[in-house]
Ligand binder design. Structure first.
Ligand SMILES: [Mg+2]
Length: 218
């Protein structure tokens, strides 16, 4: 039964009463939300919000690397943390289509999220080791590495990707990797992600959450 049939059935059931009682319970309209999200980026608000997270992160890394004096590290997520897929998301009308997404990743031309590239540079300038932990899988390793290098973020200790076919929840996979990095003798002084699942689970002195109104990784 189509949505129109259901609406018609509801109207007939309502007979003489008002035929649109459910309007107030409608969720937000998807087309309007798409416009709103795009305007968040186009207006410069997104860039401002990213910069507002990056600024205190840079001074924290500067300060903490100096006071620690030992083996320090930062952990970065990739998508919507260090690389932006905005161009692809607009092109795909905000839908996730695995084939189109894989093709986009393979181009290796996602631009850096500029305020986060500055955070990366601050880390390297202070001799803080960089680890990337991403939900991208091993099959995407070479394209991802090429993309990071092209965007000036190729000086890292490890690029950690999910094993092909690994379905463990993001927070568990990422926490286990931070635990492993800690086991190598590093203090993770900052962990950066656009999803709460990038940050939950500990093994970092500070967690920095970037905005992402585009999608949710549970
Ligand atoms: Mg991400």
């Amino acid at each position: 039964m189509s949505i129109h049939h259901l609406t018609l059935a509801a109207c007939l059931a309502a007979t003489l009463s008002n035929c649109a009682p459910s309007i107030t319970r409608d969720p937000r309209n998807l087309s309007e939300l798409k416009v709103e999200v795009k305007a968040y980026v186009d207006s410069g608000d997104y860039a401002r919000d990213l910069a507002a997270v990056a600024a205190p992160a840079k001074s924290w890394i500067d300060r903490r690397a100096r006071s620690h004096g030992g083996k320090t590290a930062v952990v970065f997520d990739i998508d919507e943390t260090t690389l932006s897929n905005f161009e692809h998301m607009v092109e795909a009308d905000w839908g996730y289509q695995p084939v189109a997404w894989d093709a986009w990743m393979a181009t290796s031309r996602a631009p850096a999220i500029e305020p986060m590239r500055e955070v990366y540079q601050t880390a390297r300038a202070n001799n803080v080791a960089v680890f990337f932990i991403t939900g991208r899988t091993e099959k995407d390793r070479s394209a991802t590495e090429r993309n990071l290098r092209a965007q000036g973020m190729g000086d890292f200790v490890e690029l950690i990707l999910r094993p092909n076919g690994n379905k463990s929840p993001a927070a568990l996979y990422k926490t286990a990797e931070r635990k492993r990095i800690t086991g190598l003798g590093y203090t993770i002084i900052g962990n950066f992600g656009d999803q709460q699942t990038d940050l939950d689970g500990g093994y970092a002195e500070r967690a920095f959450k970037l905005p992402n109104p585009f999608y949710l990784i549970p």
